[in-house]
Design a binder for this molecule. Structure first.
Ligand SMILES: [Zn+2]
Length: 391
């Protein structure tokens, strides 16, 4: 009983602070976005060629996305292929549902299109596709109070065909709203331009169309900006929402927001929209912002569950000592023969204050007293531990 009461107080406290407080667990999960995964996703997406709606390449890409979800552990029953046609063209949207713990019938939709036109579309919109996949991978076993739908739309390039079909035939049936949507968070063309300093992302705010939902969009777009600042190194700017898959939702009065690249690439809709012409590090950083924001929007659990995923982490038995520490921090890896690893200390704002490679005795005597998060990384594995510096 006490424990429940305590948890409730913590939850109320965070709500009371506007839910925009920095949450370390959210940061830890945002930091699970892997550059290697993002790059692999982008390159695999590129390999499917020109994914024009209705083409075999379009179908192959949908199957590739679907197999990613299965590989993350989502079950076939969570995955729906939703066919639509226009003229003589047939294609499918792909919808993956993760059920919420407290509001199973209220949905946060995160979406982006996977169809392309005239080129492989690695920026437009392999970038958004890669991030949605990475977010789904990381949050697979994280309880969220609201349900999440991860939606990969097709037919975007022909005039928002897939998203229009979804809104008018799935969200609404016979003119009746069948799906209670908390908000729609769209990612389109977030690949940046290689060689530029891609340090800012646009957050899309609904400033037109139906007016009844504009204030709510402004509020969630501000939350998106806050989350981007808290959980990624990127800066933000606001631009008006337009011409992508959230628009059919907006027209029905739903609350929308989204990400779009700030330095706009000229390559989309051409054969030059390739991996070589976009910036995978920018996609990685927007991935972190996305995982932070999605946890906020869907109210992800703020406790680290002791589950099989954690138990499977081979770094779980690594030793970082003494704690509290004053001058030297020692690191002992589970595999003493491993010589390649890195260790980083971050302050509670998430800022890196120390980073070393392959050192088992780390001098922390320059750090001020306080609580830090130590992040140990070996290959793809990471371990985060709170570390107190005290003298
Ligand atoms: Zn696009």
């Amino acid at each position: 009983m006490k424990r429940i009461a305590t948890l409730l107080c913590t939850s109320l406290l965070i709500q009371g602070l506007g839910a925009q407080t920095f949450i370390q667990v959210y940061k830890n999960r945002a930091d699970m976005v892997s550059q290697a995964n993002i790059t692999a996703n982008l390159q695999e997406f590129a390999s499917y060629g020109v994914k024009t709606t209705g083409s075999q390449a379009n179908t192959n890409t949908l199957n590739w996305i679907k197999n990613k979800y299965l590989s993350y552990g989502y079950t076939a029953s969570q995955i729906v292929e939703s066919p639509f046609t226009f003229g003589s063209t047939s294609s499918k949207n792909l919808i993956i549902t993760k059920t919420g713990t407290l509001y199973p019938n209220k949905y946060v939709i995160i979406c982006g299109h996977f169809d392309t036109i005239y080129g492989p579309g690695v920026n437009d919109n392999g970038s958004g596709t890669s991030i949605i996949l990475e977010a789904a991978r990381i949050l697979k076993d994280v309880p969220t109070e609201y349900s999440i739908k991860f939606i990969h739309f097709s037919g975007e390039e022909q005039g928002l065909r897939g998203s229009s079909h979804y809104v008018n035939n799935v969200v609404y049936q016979g003119g009746v709203r069948k799906l209670d949507i908390k908000l729609v968070f769209n990612l389109d063309q977030v690949g940046g331009v290689r060689g530029n300093n891609n340090n800012t992302v646009y957050c899309d705010e609904d400033q037109g169309g139906v007016s009844s939902n504009n204030a709510a969009s402004a509020a969630v777009t501000q939350q998106l900006r806050n989350c981007t600042a808290l959980y990624s190194p990127l800066q933000t700017a606001v631009d008006p929402a337009e011409a992508t898959d959230y628009i059919p939702f907006e027209q029905k009065g739903e609350v929308i927001t989204g990400f779009f690249e700030k330095i706009r690439s000229n390559y989309p809709h051409s054969s030059s929209d390739t991996f070589a012409n976009m910036d995978p590090v920018y996609v990685y950083n927007i991935g972190k912002a996305t995982v932070g924001a999605l946890q906020h929007f869907a109210t992800a659990s703020i406790t680290t569950p002791v589950n099989r995923e954690a138990a499977k982490n081979p770094l779980e038995t690594a030793k970082i000592y003494p704690n509290p520490a004053s001058s030297i921090l020692h690191i002992e890896l589970p595999n003493s023969k491993e010589t390649h690893f890195s260790f980083e200390m971050k302050n509670l704002m998430g800022r890196s204050v120390l980073k070393v490679d392959n050192e088992t005795q780390i001098n922390v005597s320059n750090l001020e007293n306080g609580v830090y998060v130590g992040v140990l990384t070996v290959g793809e594995q990471t371990l985060s531990k709170n570390i107190l510096i005290e003298r």
